[in-house]
Design a protein around this ligand. Structure first.
Ligand code: NDP
Length: 247
């Protein structure tokens, strides 16, 4: 899983799973573009990378905004002249029951989780097609496969991301660009920290491997899909969930 000479853009890489992915790719030799909305946090993370002697560029971008997503890719091209790997990881939740869900809860989640991935993928498509090489990895969720009460907006965004992945995989395959989705189960990050202890215990009962996941569990799979070893895998959804969902 050597990623030397590769340039990787990871959206939402200032915390949680995205940060674990960015670290994993950097450890394997990739030049990594770190990104998120919070400029201060972005600066802290890029300094951590520099301390490790990893090559990183920080670009502030809100992926829900098409111009900012396009700029994220353009700044990467300006700096390093290529984008080989795109990880669409940026995501949010606005959980509530359907009857209480406001339009803005729906729009915020869909605009970040699904439209954000569309904006970034559209922006990398042309340079990847020209270079006849690309690895696009979309971070979906098991909730996008099986649904979840209280997460109609989030589940729709993650299910949409799976259908988007398969369409992009078909459309770009002839140019040697693969596109796959990773569907994590429950991973310990800021996003899941809000769950109370009782809910976590109940979840543990549904996970055959008996623990919640961590960022590295997801990052290892992303590094594999981003590498040349995964050249013949496209349009797939791979769960990283301790066996919670077996379809
Ligand atoms: P966190 O909340 O810990 O981190 C989210 C990251 O996304 C942050 O870096 C945040 O930075 C960034 N982000 C949020 N909105 C935007 C935006 N509009 N534009 C750019 N960056 C944005 O989440 P996780 O690490 O837990 O989740 C990462 C991904 O994994 C998400 O897509 C999530 O849906 C998915 N996932 C997570 C699971 C879990 O159990 N944790 C399970 C299944 C899937 P900033 O706020 O600075 O913008």
């Amino acid at each position: 899983m050597d990623l030397k000479d590769k340039v990787a853009v990871v959206t939402g890489s200032t915390r949680g799973i995205g940060l674990a992915i960015a670290r994993e790719l950097a450890e394997r030799g990739a030049r990594v573009v770190l990104s998120g909305r919070n400029a201060e946090r972005l600066q802290e993370v890029v300094e951590q990378f520099q301390k490790q002697a990893w090559t990183a560029l920080a670009v502030q971008a809100d992926v829900s905004q098409p111009e900012q997503a396009a700029q994220l890719i353009q700044k990467t091209l300006d700096k390093w002249g290529a984008v080989h790997i795109l990880v669409n990881n940026a995501g949010i939740t606005r959980d509530t029951l359907l009857l209480r869900m406001r339009d803005e809860d729906w729009d915020a989640v869909l605009n970040t989780n699904l439209k954000g991935a569309f904006h970034c993928t559209r922006a990398v498509a042309r340079p990847m097609m020209k270079q006849r090489y690309g690895r696009i990895i979309n971070i979906s969720s098991v909730v996008g496969l099986i649904g979840n009460a209280g997460q109609a907006n989030y589940a729709a965004s993650k299910g949409g991301l799976i259908a988007f992945t398969k369409s992009v995989a078909r459309e770009l395959a002839s140019r040697n660009i693969t596109c796959n989705a990773v569907a994590p189960g429950y991973i310990e990050t800021d996003m899941t920290e809000v769950l109370d202890e009782k809910v976590k215990q109940a979840l543990l009962g549904q996970i055959p491997l008996g623990r919640l996941g961590n960022g590295k569990d997801v990052a290892h799979l992303v590094a594999f899909l981003a590498s040349d070893l995964a050249a013949y895998i496209t349009g797939q959804v791979i769960n990283v969930d301790g066996g919670m969902v077996m379809l």
